[in-house]
Design a protein around this ligand. Sequence first.
Ligand SMILES: [Zn+2]
Length: 350
Amino acid sequence: MQHIEEHIYSWYALSKGFLNLSSPTFENLVFRFVEGACSLSKNAKLVDFERALDKFRVQYLNEFLFRTIATPETVLFMDKFKEFSEKKKKQKKDFVEIFHILNSFYKTSVGGTYIGIPLLCSFEKDIKNAPAYYNRWFYDQVMQKRKEFNIDSNKCVVCGGKSTKEIIIGRMFCPAECVPSCNKCVVEKTDVLKSYLASTEAYCIPKAPAGLVKHLGDFFKVLISFSSSDLDNLKDIRLSLDEHGARVLHENKLLKSKNIEQAKEISNLETFQGRMLEENRDSQLAIDRMNDVQEKTSRQFLSCEKAYYEIRAKFQVNYRVLDDLRRRYQDSIREQWRYYNILKERGIVL
Ligand SMILES: [Zn+2]
């Protein structure tokens, strides 16, 4: 894809238009009718017309009538619709006629029409899958203008030879701002081309918010860096991205189941840790109990020690008393011996 900005601008404008379709305007109602009509094939049967008309009435018309106030335009549309509905014995040509009449209420929608079909009918929500809308932007309307200016899309605007490409003479690559040219000529903005450009101003692609353009532009540049260019290749890239996505998804699944296993292991470890803590608590209780015993023993030892010292003190007192008695006894013996010796000297004893 060569015109990334144009692609983003046109897709964004269409996506906005698509979102706006939910508002109950007459323009939207008519668009819904045209959308239904465009979905019919060339060989549509009477029953197909009937079904399309019925779907339009149930899905869009009833709600529109409920939510809006009648205007001359809507009254006219409804008159045509009612007139047809009340008709008995409808034939295919009657359906073709009423579809033609009701289609004629269509004035415009975002992006105009491309070969009779509003561009908005082909809106693709996924920008990766969206066709190059910028090539078809107000295509029918611009072709009409070209006719007025005598510009033939098959002929070079300079030499009148066979055209080979579209050349930008405005700001963006879209029918409104391009003209057909051959490979040899250099297109210059003549007065005619200037007035052609002025006349197609309403058919140019509106700009999108700069932030969005940058974001999407980077995205497309990445895609284009993989491939040489156009949308078909982009689709291939998308497929390979999808494949890659599937692989990532598969890996994710594996990681998820691993995660579950690990969570189980963690839970087991937590249970084990809980048990250890419990056992620890038991050990702590045993230690506390042992500490109590030790304290009691130490208290008992202290009181034993105290008793020992008291006994020892008593013993020492008794020992001193005994020693004194012993001394006095020896003194007494000595005294008796002295007395004996005196008696002996005096010859009182032999
Ligand atoms: Zn030429």
